[in-house]
Ligand binder design. Sequence first.
Ligand code: NAP
Length: 309
Amino acid sequence: MTERAPIYDRVALIGLGLIAGSMAHAMRRGGLAGEIVGTARSAETRDIAREIGLVDRVVDSAAEAVQRADLVVLAVPVGAMEAVAEEIAPHLAPGATVTDVGSVKRAVIDAVAPHIPEGVHFVPAHPLAGTEHSGPRSGFASLFDNRWCLIVPAEGADRAAVDRLKALWQFMGSHTDEMDPDHHDLVLAVTSHAPHLIAYTMVGVADHLRRVTDSEVIKYSAAGFRDFTRIAASDPTMWRDVFLTNKEATLDILGRFTEELFVLQRAIRMGDGDMLHEYFTRTRAIRRGIIEAGQDTDAPDFGRSGGPR
Ligand code: NAP
């Protein structure tokens, strides 16, 4: 990626975890921000960010961070968005854009939009990229490369503000698309939220299974279980908030999941090999489609050993 003129003069990152940290690295890689100011809730995170030089300037409060910023990024758990929006509102610069990276969109919009003052643009977004790691040391510049970032502007949103944010994501390596918030929440319930809940459940089942000792589960961990445990290691606060705020869509998808599970359970009980084979053939085609779309690799470890994922 070649250097170019900054897209924003001053970017304020509220929260300094995986996503904000990766944005800082990606913006620096592309020369996309004149200055990056950051803050986090705890003094510990702010100190680490200062020590590793994650951003140009670390300040002690969100109110201070947003001053004279032309882009403000809310990169905190979904359940913390409203309190942060309320805190920063009186300090936002006229003409600034406020965006967020929350994994759920309707709830974030309902929580944040009422606090956005006249003359400030609110353009919600969600990068479909992440790892099971969190905190100020977990970010890396290539996290968003070739991943999608969904932009969820309100009807009548300022076109120039939306396009400018889109350009930022594109120069950070992402493809962008626009989506309605409710549709976003349903799509993500299928592609991310329900799979995470299933992974949490499967690891919980192994934990409860008294016939298999904990040490056996860990020692003989095979590909299936191992992959579930990677997902189930994701940040508990973030995922608690995702399920509390994307309740309807997640419950809808889990209902469908349960029905499918019963169909497969019955096929196993009845010894219906044809049905199982036909089902797994269809699912394999979906996996191949994901690889062909460049959204994963078919390396045996899904390419994970090659990068800081
Ligand atoms: P993270 O690594 O856990 O970082 C969260 C940051 O938010 C930390 O700096 C934390 O500060 C701060 N924070 C937490 N609670 C706060 C509060 N009540 N008030 C103010 N600041 C608070 O999380 P992340 O993975 O970057 O996730 C951030 C957002 O991105 C979430 O909304 C998540 O849904 C979304 N997202 C995550 C992923 C993913 O895979 N991880 C992918 C796409 C989108 P302290 O360190 O001081 O606690």
